[in-house]
Design a protein around this ligand. Structure first.
Ligand code: SAM
Length: 361
């Protein structure tokens, strides 16, 4: 039996994410959370056409069947994090008890809470100045616990990120389930986390029994990831921390014949490796995916391809994954990662993804 009741969303709340669907299809439903699934799934499985796994064209009188996977909307939620409001290209959040305002380029709409509520924030990222402003001094010693993993919160200069992308929680639980399943069959999956930032995905995978290789090009971020490992008391878990350019590393692994059962990819639009190697998504992604295919094991478990770039869609990611996985059977899930505002009446879309799962390989 489902753990959560069905919550019907108004079509308006779902429409931005599924704007290519007919009105019937976008009558979004928050699907009940399944066993072992911690995030909320919002999908559009409530019409006959959608049950047939098709997507209708904009004109329902001449519905076109594209016969492809329907996008889903995964809304992350976990204790200690709240999205209070969004709008005017900002978001109002409460993180580990700290009320903060950060810029949010996707939030073009109007805020719903009063100015007074927004003014209660004690920590703000000032987008124009590119730095944090603290009303009562910089919060110190804050951390965030998630499913046995501890993340330290910090407010680095020149970055609006505090060490965690909360919407990624949906991916962590999806990945954890797959690692757990493989481990329960007596096999330790080898997981490669590329562009791994402060180690969230790596630590969650390690917590679920995976052997993890974490790659990031930033020295500061890498030492932060190791602090998180220590704070989580995971020093004994098998995690290799590699400070390297993601492309250079995968090239070397391919030459060495190294193989991985799962790859987590969360590439930025633009980035640099430790020696200044330039990553540009529009130039590097396609050849990089080809390279990643070379290091996939014979029985791959999953691939997560996540992206914050606003120029691509989840369907584009699916097409790219299919090119990459040519010939490999499995299941692809595509969609958007969102956060739901506390009142429950509005979603903030943040990233797109295409995940491939090898199933019972
Ligand atoms: C969007 S963040 C990834 C967020 C992370 N997956 C998470 O959910 O917490 C991008 C990361 O890519 C890293 N990066 C950028 N360019 C890189 C490169 N050429 N090689 C390796 N890492 C790079 C940055 O240091 C940053 O930590």
């Amino acid at each position: 039996m489902p753990k959560h009741r069905l919550v019907q969303e108004s079509a308006g709340a779902i429409a931005p994410a599924l704007s290519f669907c007919s009105p019937e299809v976008i009558l979004g439903i928050l699907r009940p959370v399944q066993n072992n699934e911690r995030h909320t799934v919002i999908d559009s499985m409530n019409t006959e056409e959608s049950k047939n796994n098709n997507i209708a064209g904009p004109d329902s009188s001449s519905q076109i069947s594209y016969g492809m996977t329907q996008p889903v909307i995964w809304s992350a939620s976990f204790p200690g994090y709240k999205l209070l409001d969004s709008g005017d290209r900002k978001k109002l959040e409460e993180v580990a008890g700290v009320r903060m305002v950060r810029s949010e380029p996707r939030a073009w709409w109007k805020p719903k809470l009063s100015n007074a509520e927004w003014e209660k924030a004690t920590t703000k990222f000032e987008h124009e100045k590119g730095k944090w402003h603290f009303k009562n001094g910089e919060p110190q010693g804050l951390s965030f616990s998630y499913d046995g993993v501890v993340f330290k919160l910090k407010f680095p200069a020149n970055s609006k990120h505090f060490g965690l992308f909360p919407e990624q929680e949906s991916q962590w639980s999806w990945m954890a389930e797959r690692c757990r399943e493989r481990v329960s069959k007596g096999v330790v999956p080898k997981v490669l986390s590329l562009f791994g930032y402060t180690g969230a995905a790596s630590l969650v995978a390690a917590n679920y029994g995976a052997h993890v290789t974490h790659v990031d090009g930033s020295r500061a971020v890498m030492s932060w990831a190791r602090e998180n490992q220590e704070a989580s008391s995971f020093l004994q878990k098998p995690i290799r921390w590699i400070l390297d350019d993601a492309v250079d590393f995968v090239k070397r692994e391919a030459k060495r014949g190294q193989k991985y059962d799962a790859i987590v990819l969360d590439p930025p639009s633009f980035g640099r490796g430790p020696k200044g190697q330039v990553w540009k998504i529009e130039e590097n992604l396609v050849p990089f995916l080809k390279l990643c295919r070379e290091i996939l094991s014979d029985k791959p478990l999953f691939i997560i391809l996540n992206m914050y770039s606003t120029e691509l869609s989840a369907i584009a990611l699916k097409n790219l994954l299919e090119d990459m996985l040519d010939g490999l059977s499995g299941e692809v899930t595509i969609g958007e990662l969102v956060l739901t505002e506390e009142r429950g009446d509005r979603l903030l879309p943040l990233s797109i993804f295409a995940n491939w799962s090898g199933g019972s390989n």
